[in-house]
Design a protein around this ligand. Structure first.
Ligand SMILES: Cc1ncc(C[n+]2csc(CCOP(=O)(O)OP(=O)(O)O)c2C)c(N)n1
Length: 338
């Protein structure tokens, strides 16, 4: 539906502050991919998927919870107010990172920014964490919503189904967003998702399942706003499938020989950053000089954050002692001395 016919889309298209925040998040994600990708061959770039990050992580309330997909975790954290230098220090394994250098920052989200990570590295639990956060919000009466973002491969995990089903049964305030980039490593989405589409599964859970253009930040944000409002008002969860494309390899070290150059080129031509930029320019919210200044600022910010994160101190050996890794158990804290 065009913006002219869809009130939610028209609202998003006219929200200058939201549009600017989304554009900045998209450009910052590209800078993060540049600096992190050149430092770490294991980096999972979000190139081409930036509209999903912008639409999911901008415009939320401070009290809301997000359980992001690992691909896009750092831009998500920045959108929630985290400091890029500390996040990159998690990639370089430094003491200044949120985990004190103990774990990778693209799976270990800073909980102080109301983010929940993929801490064990196992795909799937984040949906359960989001359902749990939504249940807590219901019990606390906080009015918060939770947003779970996950890949198409992850959407077929058993715990993903369980989390969505429980949220549907309890009508919890959670939005499930599948960041469908067409692949799970080298397996095409069509070979891994048994249903006609991820969105089609919504009917089986008894909740709305909505497919959206994942390269159109405005259209996708409009779909999410409807889903978020529905969740906040007590209407229960929505399953949104954001259809996009993984322009990069699965990780930097993956040359992705399992797909054609023509396919990648066709999706590059649908660049989500260029698309939002065109809207901003047409709306009088951006011109070439302001765009160049913004890009230069974000490039300098990423370079400085990476340089600082590389120069930061390594963790001391004590950082790996049990007491520094695990919270004390309840019985250990309450047991009286023998
Ligand atoms: C439970 C579990 N199984 C397998 C893996 C290994 N693995 C890491 S990334 C990945 C692909 C995930 O695909 P998708 O969810 O579509 O996300 P994408 O990488 O495409 O963004 C797999 C299978 C894992 N981390 N956890």
């Amino acid at each position: 539906m065009s913006a002219a016919h869809d009130p939610a889309q028209a609202r998003v298209a006219a929200d200058a502050a939201l549009l600017r925040a989304m554009y900045e998040t998209m450009l910052r994600s590209r800078e993060i991919d540049r600096v992190a990708g050149s430092a770490d061959g294991h980096w999972h770039a979000a190139e081409g998927e930036e509209a999903v990050l912008a639409a999911c992580y901008c415009g939320l309330r401070d009290g809301d919870w997000v359980a992001p997909h690992y691909r896009g975790m750092l831009p998500a954290a920045c959108a929630r107010g985290a400091d890029l230098r500390r996040l990159l220090a998690g990639l370089t394994g430094k003491a200044t990172s949120h985990s004190g250098g103990r774990y990778r920052s693209d799976v270990c989200a800073p909980v102080e920014h109301r983010m929940i990570g993929l801490y064990s590295g196992a795909l799937g639990p984040t949906l359960e964490y989001a359902t749990g956060a939504a249940l807590a919000a219901r019990l606390d009466g906080s009015g918060a919503v939770a947003l779970a973002v996950f890949g198409d491969g992850t959407s077929s995990r058993g715990n993903a189904h369980e989390a969505i089903n429980l949220a549907a049964v309890l009508k919890l305030p959670v939005v499930f967003v599948c960041q469908n980039n067409g692949f799970a490593i080298s397996t095409p989405s069509a070979s891994g998702v048994g249903a006609r589409s991820v969105a089609d599964r919504g009917a089986a859970y008894g909740i709305p399942g909505v497919a959206a253009d994942g390269n159109d930040a405005i259209a996708l944000r409009a779909v999410l706003e409807v889903a978020i409002e529905r969740a906040r008002a007590g209407g229960g969860p929505t399953l949104v499938e954001a259809r996009t494309y993984r322009v990069a390899g699965h990780l930097v070290a993956d040359p992705a020989p399992y797909r054609s150059a023509d396919e990648v080129a066709a999706w590059r031509a649908r660049d989500p950053v260029a698309r939002l930029r065109a809207h901003l320019v047409a709306s009088g919210l951006l011109d070439d000089a302001a765009d160049a200044a913004l890009r230069a600022r974000l490039r300098a910010e990423a370079d400085a954050a990476m340089a600082q994160a590389s120069a930061d101190p390594d963790p001391a050996p004590e950082a790996l002692r049990a007491g520094a890794v695990f919270a004390p158990s309840r019985s250990a804290t309450t047991r009286s001395p023998a």
